[in-house]
Unconditional design. Structure first.
Length: 128
């Protein structure tokens, strides 16, 4: 059987992280989660995720800046970023894609749509 796609959830809300992690695990993904961008940066080297799910509103660095940082790093720029956020304005959505995101989902998350997007991003052309 192929390796499960690795997804990392970056959100400062513990409940959101845990609920999403459980839902995605039940869909066959290998899931880890961290509370902020600083932890993501250190985790990227170890976990080497296939997809990053990223909240916008976080302490230390917001999701837009964090996405920009990931996408400007040669080692990690290939990792798809999908925003999961309460920020719903058209300007925020546009900014999310402008900084390099491959998807933008607003809370409450439609898990089935998120799962479809992750599967699309980690399909047969992805992987080891």
């Amino acid at each position: 059987m192929a390796d499960k796609p690795k997804v990392i959830i970056v959100d400062d809300d513990r409940e959101t992280r845990e609920v999403l992690a459980l839902a995605l695990s039940m869909e066959g993904f290998q899931v880890s989660h961290v509370a902020n961008g600083l932890r993501l940066i250190s985790t990227l080297h170890v976990d080497k995720p296939d997809v990053i799910l990223l909240d916008v509103n976080m302490s230390w660095i917001d999701g837009f800046e964090l996405c920009r940082a990931v996408k400007s790093n040669q080692e990690f720029r290939h990792i798809p970023v999908v925003f999961i956020t309460a920020r719903t304005s058209h300007a925020d959505v546009q900014r999310g894609f402008a900084v390099g995101a491959e998807g933008y989902f607003t809370k409450p998350i439609a898990v089935s749509e998120l799962v479809d997007k992750i599967r699309q991003l980690t399909g047969p052309s992805q992987g080891t």
